[in-house]
Ligand binder design. Structure first.
Ligand code: SAH
Length: 384
């Protein structure tokens, strides 16, 4: 087998159709069959694709492959949250988190190894930027989670993970790009992945069930508005430029008024419902009543929802989480001032706590350290 076999995972439908025609001399409907096998049925091997002729399967195995990242470790929380650490190379790892809820199953995926945005309260920022994920690595996270969830559907309690009412779970109904990395800084690979998520032959998720979260890369937000129509979340975190410059450094390049203009444009263009603004609650920093009032002035009357995220502490951070009562008061003040605000529930706490224990389970120590540092960021990002 040659080393230049094409990885079909994440290949846009048009490219796959061209590949099937040029390399295999097969009709376009073969490409559709392949897409369904890969995503809907989670096939990782051409040999299982029984509705393709045997010689076509053999040819496919010569020129193509379906390659996904390797799972290095998995952790399961008592609340049903599952976290997979995936190997990117000898020393780098990323995390993918699945959060079951009574009415949905959300998969939180990463778009880069590390991140270059350097937000002062974010664990991922501490490790710096390593590289962009490929389309296959982004889509591969969904493919793997899908496979793992299917596999554990047979377990005695596999179908009731995290569901007090015992109703079925284990299905990915929502995807959020809220793991490691800044998705709009990896625009080239993220957009094709979004297409696979919403493609009716792919994961077939409605555009409202796929959410991209950005720290505010304004030019790419305008571009995205032209090309894609997934739901948008924006990491706001501060109601004025002085504070946001400090917390989210990209603000020095694209200040709040520019950012908000891009948000409203996105919603207009997409006929979308609203932008979800993420706001991490940092004790004594951005959680005062005057901050809530400033926020209300920015967002009142706009297609906006605020999601307040209790800060997740990680080693080496100078910030603390706002007290619960402060967060509730902040939310109430926003609601009283005409802005819809909710508090993000923290999930998967116990796997965070158990993180240091991972050392006994995997041998690559660099990856272990990386994993424990990533936990705070991954956990913080799991709910919308
Ligand atoms: N880079 C994108 C995607 C990451 S989403 C973005 O910034 O939107 C992850 C969300 O969790 C972001 O809103 C991020 O600001 C927030 N976050 C990061 N570190 C956190 C922490 N320690 N506690 C709580 N939320 C955090």
């Amino acid at each position: 087998m040659s080393e230049d076999r094409v990885n079909l995972l994440g290949l846009p439908r048009s490219e796959l159709t061209a590949f099937v025609a040029e390399r295999l001399g097969a009709k376009p409907f073969r490409a559709r069959q392949l897409i369904k096998w890969i995503y809907r049925r989670g096939a990782g091997d051409f040999s299982v694709m029984t509705d393709l002729a045997q010689d076509l399967r053999a040819r496919l195995a010569e020129v193509a492959k379906i390659t996904v990242p390797e799972i290095v470790a998995e952790q399961r929380s008592s609340d049903g949250t599952r976290k997979w650490m995936l190997r990117m190379d000898a020393v780098q790892g990323i995390e993918t988190v699945y959060i079951p809820e009574p009415d949905r199953g959300t998969l939180c995926i990463s778009s880069q190894v590390g991140c270059a945005m350097d937000c002062s309260f974010c664990a991922t920022a501490q490790q710096g930027f390593n590289r962009n994920l490929s389309v296959a690595e982004i889509v591969g996270q969904v493919w793997l989670a899908h496979r793992e969830l299917e596999a554990s559907a047979d377990e005695p309690d596999g179908r009731t993970d995290g569901r007090p009412d015992g109703s079925p779970s284990g299905r990915i109904t929502n995807i959020v790009l809220m793991g490691m990395g800044e998705p709009l800084a990896n625009y080239r690979n993220v957009v094709p992945a979004l297409r696979v998520f919403t493609d009716d032959l792919g994961y077939d998720l409605s555009r409202r069930r796929v959410t991209l979260s950005t720290s505010g890369l304004v030019p790419q937000m305008y571009k995205l508005a032209e090309e894609c129509n997934v739901a948008l979340a924006v990491s706001l975190h501060a109601p004025n430029d002085a504070l946001r410059d400090e917390l989210v450094p990209i603000n020095r390049k694209h200040p709040i008024d520019e950012l908000l203009a891009a948000c409203w444009h996105y919603i207009d263009k997409q006929n979308g419902r609203s932008v979800t603004f993420e706001y991490v609650m940092l004790d004594g920093i951005n959680d005062k009543p005057e901050h809530a009032r400033q926020l209300a002035r920015l967002l009142r009357g706009r297609p906006a929802k605020l999601n307040l995220i209790p800060f997740n502490v990680f080693p080496g951070t100078r910030y603390r989480r706002s007290p619960a009562a402060t967060i509730v008061r902040f939310r109430d003040l926003l609601n009283e001032n005409g802005v819809i605000a909710t508090i993000r529930r923290t999930r998967g706490d116990d796997i965070d706590a158990a993180c240091g224990q991972l050392a006994g389970q995997v041998t690559d120590r660099t990856l272990v350290r990386l994993g424990s540092r990533l936990t705070a960021a991954a956990r913080s990002s799991v709910e919308v």
